[in-house]
Ligand binder design. Structure first.
Ligand SMILES: Cc1cc2nc3c(=O)[nH]c(=O)nc-3n(C[C@H](O)[C@H](O)[C@H](O)COP(=O)(O)OP(=O)(O)OC[C@H]3O[C@@H](n4cnc5c(N)ncnc54)[C@H](O)[C@@H]3O)c2cc1C
Length: 554
């Protein structure tokens, strides 16, 4: 392929205009309106840029796995620019306004294009850059492509308020029509795809000091490898994301052909599932590309039916939590969060100890512990494992605040998304989106495990201590007679912990506590409390089949 010329910043003519594509999320070239906007002026040079500012792309609280995923995604972008368009990605470290000021002092920055980050945590950063651009006559192009809809439009279509139930959200979204179709990247074989890159040479004095070069490692940013980090199971980047998307579509296709839906829910693959959430979170795969690929596949297979509520329904949950967070900067907190109920979670010494054990995967409940260990080792947890561990920490067993769990998940999950993660924690802990503390569905950590991991492969993969325990003892190892524990090489209470709480007792007690809170809070400022539209919605959200939940009555 013919490579396009890259103009070095050193020799650049200062009268030549530069268009910047500022990456934050949206780490891809396909379906990127910001990429198209930044390359649309044929007489501008093009500078694709990522800035490590200590916060963007979730780098404020970040574990090794997610930082590695981000770096892999940037490396992939750099490779794609190089192989497809003959350019490269520039990576700088510093504060965006400072860096844009330095750039504009040297060169004529005409335009800065970026994908909208709708969550309120990014508002100050983006407002600062917009203000700087206004003062300096730089055009700003902000494109909506991280979400299926413009959250502001949803809010406005709902009379300026967030829709308090998922079904009212779905209704409002339907009034805006179908999401837009994805866009193709400029074709390098055509005129539009012949891009004149503006390349930083690396010797541009103070800017050079801010420039980072590939290869990079998380350690460069002070993020060191946690001892438990294992094999790299999910690689970041658009290239990997598209491969995964194809794999996922093949699985969905097979299910559609057999008249089934949501294969990922029916047969959870805890380790190797083709889950796209990390790639969606960083924008390596466009949500519109995913949405329309599934819709089109479904329409092609199920003739006469052009809509489907399959995994696209899950994508709407993502959308819902983004929208709910837009007008609520305290969405991730209990305090000053108008939708969150103030449940008096335990804060005593025992709670502190229990929190440590939960984080370390040492609760004595094998399914919970396997999940918590997987989180640190791989940065990944299947949805059902997230539900089980979050319920265990909060309303079911330990009665510890969801804020503690959220902080831990935000650090280690590859797909950790400020609003999506908080929204799920609010729900699971009965703090919001739940039917006013009325969740009769309680996850039993042992029965749940027996149904979802019947051969205990997942448990044994992450808890080698229980390697020799047969079924059913592996699910409740403390029930094994001492001589068998000895024979299997793992004494409970010594080699693997005894349960830190008795689930049967504490779950009943906690349910009773919820009921009394419900009575106390009734009529007292619950007007804004969002809740499910009906029991089915709650059940579907939690993926609760009848047999692994139980009515936990007071
Ligand atoms: C306590 C807790 C914390 C969570 N934190 C996050 C998070 O930080 N980031 C995140 O992307 N998901 C989060 N989830 C939601 C969900 O677990 C993951 O999106 C899902 O496991 C990803 O797997 P998948 O891609 O195979 O999902 P699929 O079932 O294939 O769904 C497709 C996509 O829909 C979206 N989605 C699916 N379920 C949900 C949901 N419940 N809420 C919002 N969006 C959803 C995701 O983008 C997902 O990739 C959390 C769930 C819980 C219970």
């Amino acid at each position: 392929m013919e490579s396009t010329e890259s103009s070095s910043s050193k020799g650049v003519d200062k009268t030549v205009s530069v268009s910047i594509l500022w990456f934050r999320h949206g780490l891809r070239l396909h379906d990127s309106p910001a990429f198209i906007a930044a390359t649309s002026n044929r007489d501008h040079l093009f500078l694709p840029l990522f800035i490590f500012d200590g916060e963007s792309a979730g780098t404020k609280i970040v574990g090794f796995n997610r930082m590695r995923f981000l770096i892999e995604s940037l490396e992939d972008l750099n490779n794609s620019f190089s192989t497809k368009y003959g350019g490269s990605l520039t990576v700088l470290r510093g504060q965006p306004v400072d860096l844009f000021r330095k750039l504009s002092q040297k060169w004529k920055i005409a335009k800065i294009c970026f994908e909208q980050d709708c969550e309120p945590i990014w508002k100050e950063r983006d407002d600062g850059v917009k203000e700087f651009c206004k003062e300096n006559g730089i055009e700003v192009v902000e494109c909506i492509s991280h979400t299926l809809y413009d959250p502001a439009e949803i809010l406005s279509a709902n009379g300026g308020n967030p829709p308090y139930t998922y079904s009212s959200f779905m209704f409002v979204a339907s009034t805006l029509g179908k999401p837009e179709r994805p866009l193709s990247a400029p074709n390098p074989e055509t005129e539009a795809g012949k891009i004149n890159f503006f390349g930083m040479t690396g010797d541009d004095d103070d800017l050079a000091l801010c420039q980072l070069h590939f290869p990079m490692t998380p350690e460069v940013f002070g993020v060191s490898k946690e001892k438990a980090v294992g094999e790299n199971m999910r690689k970041g980047g658009e290239t990997e994301g598209i491969i995964l998307l194809e794999k996922r579509l093949a699985i969905e296709k097979q299910a559609f052909e057999q008249g089934l839906m949501l294969p990922n829910h029916t047969n959870p693959d805890f380790i190797n599932g083709a889950s796209l959430s990390p790639h969606l979170r960083f924008g390596c795969v466009s949500v519109r590309t995913f949405y329309w690929a599934v819709q089109d596949l479904f329409s092609a297979i199920v003739s006469g039916n052009t809509t489907c509520e399959t995994i696209t329904g899950q994508l709407f949950w993502r959308e819902y939590f983004y929208v709910m967070s837009v007008p609520n900067p305290n969405f991730d907190k209990m305090k000053s969060n108008p939708i969150c109920l103030n449940i008096p979670w335990a804060k005593d010494v025992i709670a502190k100890e229990n929190l440590k054990k939960w984080k370390a995967g040492k609760t004595g409940y094998p399914f919970i512990d396997a999940s918590m260990r997987q989180l640190i080792e791989q940065g990944w947890l299947h949805h059902v494992a997230r539900n089980a561990t979050a319920c265990f920490l909060t309303r079911n067993d330990l009665w510890i605040s969801w804020e503690k769990g959220l902080k831990h998940f935000l650090k280690y999950l590859l797909d950790a998304d400020w609003s999506v993660c908080a929204g799920n924690w609010l729900w699971v802990s009965s703090s919001a989106f739940e039917n006013v503390l009325d969740c009769t569905l309680c996850i039993c950590p042992t029965r749940y495990a027996q149904r979802l991991d019947p051969e205990a492969k997942f448990i044994k993969r992450f808890i080698p201590e229980l390697q020799n325990y047969p079924i059913p003892y592996v699910f409740e190892p403390w029930t094994a007679p001492l001589e068998l524990q000895n024979q299997w090489g793992c004494m409970i209470g010594k080699d693997y912990p005894a349960p830190i709480v008795n689930h049967e007792i504490v779950s009943k007690r906690n349910k009773a506590e919820m009921v009394s809170l419900q009575k106390m809070l009734a009529g007292g400022g619950l007007n804004e409390h969002p809740c499910p539209s009906n029991t089915n919605e709650a059940r579907n959200f939690m993926w609760f089949p009848e047999i692994c939940s139980h009515e936990s009555s007071p």
